[in-house]
Design a protein around this ligand. Structure first.
Ligand SMILES: NC(=O)c1ccc[n+]([C@@H]2O[C@H](COP(=O)([O-])OP(=O)(O)OC[C@H]3O[C@@H](n4cnc5c(N)ncnc54)[C@H](OP(=O)(O)O)[C@@H]3O)[C@@H](O)[C@H]2O)c1
Length: 300
C-alpha cells in the first residue's frame, strides 16, 4: 500500500514514516517543497498512492501561515489533489477538542478541516487525538527544557485539569489501522490509557528529568499572556495561545463526543516513566530559541 503523509517531516509524521516501508511512502511538507495549499504539487506527490495520512498543521500563526490557510485551505487542497490523483482513503490527525464556536482559531479551523474531510466523498477516518508524547514531541520537550532552565514552573489555575497523553507509538498504531481501512468513515477519539491531573503530568516529567522546581499556580489569564509573549519572542513558543486554551480546559475528553477506536486498536500505554525518559530532549532553552537571535544569525 502506497501512502502519502502530509506533515511527514513533523513529530507525528516522522514517527509514522519510520513505521512504513520507505519505498512506498511519500513525505509531503514545505521542507519537501510541497506546501499543502498547492493542489497541483500535491496531486503530483499523491500519484499512485492508495491513502493519504493528513498530519500537516500548525499550532500558532506566523506570517502568512494562518490557521485558515494551513488547516482549512490546505485541507481543501489535499482533498482536491487526492480526488484528482485517484487516492481512495484519507486519514486526518485532528485534535481531541477541535470544535466550532469555542473562540480558538486552532480548534475551530481543525474542526472545519474535519468537516471538509467528512463531506469529501472519499473514504475517511478522523482521529481526534489528545496530546501525543514521544521522542521529538512538543510536550515532554518543552516541560523538560523549562524545568532545566528556570527554578520556577507556573501551573495552570487552582482547579486541576486532566489529560490523557497518548504515546506516539500508540498514535502510529491507530494511524496505521486507519490507513489499512479498519475504521472506515468514522471519527474516533484517541486518548492514552492513563488519565491524570495536568500538574501530576508536569511533575512526572520533571522527576524523570531529575528536576524539582517550585510550582506556582497561576490564573489562566497569566498563562495566556505568557503564551502571547512566547509566541512573539520564541521560535517554538514555550506555550502557544491554542495550547493555553488546552491547558485551561484539560485534554481528557473528546469535544464533541466521539467513540474510542475498537479494542485492539485503541492506545494501551499510560504516561509511563520509561516512555517519558525516551522522549527527554537534550539541553535547555537558550538564545537560539529566540526569534530575534535566529534572525540575526541568518543575516550575518
Ligand atoms: N502533537 C500532538 O500532541 C497533537 C495532538 C493532536 C493533534 N495534533 C495535530 O497533528 C498534526 C501533526 O502534529 P505534530 O505534533 O506532528 O506537528 P509538528 O511537529 O509541528 O509538524 C507539523 C507538520 O506539518 C507540516 N506543515 C506545516 N505547515 C505546512 C504547510 N503550510 N504546508 C505543508 N506542510 C506543512 C510541517 O512541515 P514543514 O514545516 O516542513 O512544512 C510538519 O511536517 C497537527 O495538525 C496537529 O494539530 C497534534
Amino acid at each position: 500500500m502506497r501512502i502519502a503523509i502530509t506533515g511527514g517531516t513533523g513529530f507525528v509524521g516522522r514517527h509514522l514514516a519510520a513505521r512504513l516501508d520507505p519505498a512506498e511512502t511519500v513525505v509531503v511538507s514545505r521542507r519537501t517543497g510541497v506546501p499543502i495549499w498547492d493542489a497541483d504539487a500535491l496531486e503530483e506527490a499523491f500519484a499512485g498512492c492508495d491513502a493519504v495520512a493528513h498530519c500537516a498543521g500548525i499550532n500558532r500563526e506566523i506570517g502568512d501561515q494562518s490557521f485558515q490557510r494551513v488547516h482549512v485551505d490546505g485541507t481543501r487542497a489535499v482533498i482536491e489533489a487526492a480526488r484528482r490523483a485517484g487516492v481512495r482513503r484519507i486519514v486526518m490527525l485532528s485534535f481531541l477538542r477541535a470544535r466550532p464556536g469555542c473562540g480558538s482559531g486552532y480548534h475551530e479551523t481543525k474542526w472545519a478541516a474535519e468537516e471538509l474531510i467528512r463531506h469529501s466523498g472519499l473514504e475517511y477516518t478522523i482521529l481526534k487525538s489528545g496530546m501525543i508524547f514521544g521522542p521529538g514531541d512538543h510536550m515532554v520537550d518543552h516541560v523538560t527544557k523549562a524545568v532545566r532552565t528556570w527554578p520556577v514552573f507556573a501551573t495552570v489555575g487552582f482547579r486541576e485539569r486532566h489529560v490523557r497523553p497518548v504515546a506516539v507509538e500508540d498514535a502510529v498504531d491507530v494511524l496505521v489501522a486507519a490507513l489499512e481501512g479498519r475504521m472506515p468513515d468514522q471519527t474516533v477519539a484517541v486518548m492514552g490509557a492513563e488519565e491524570l491531573e495536568l500538574g501530576a503530568a508536569v511533575r512526572r516529567i520533571a522527576r524523570v528529568a531529575d528536576r524539582s522546581p517550585l510550582y506556582v499556580p497561576a490564573p489562566l489569564w497569566v498563562i495566556r499572556m505568557l503564551a502571547q509573549l512566547t509566541e512573539w519572542v520564541m521560535v517554538v513558543p514555550l506555550v502557544a495561545k491554542a495550547q493555553a486554551m488546552m491547558l485551561g480546559e484539560g485534554v481528557s475528553e473528546p469535544a464533541p463526543p466521539a467513540p474510542e477506536p475498537p479494542p485492539g486498536i485503541r492506545p494501551t500505554h499510560g504516561f509511563d516513566e520509561e516512555l517519558i525518559r525516551a522522549a527527554l530532549p537534550e539541553g535547555r532553552f537558550g538564545l537560539r530559541d529566540l526569534r530575534l537571535a535566529r534572525r540575526l544569525r541568518r543575516s550575518t
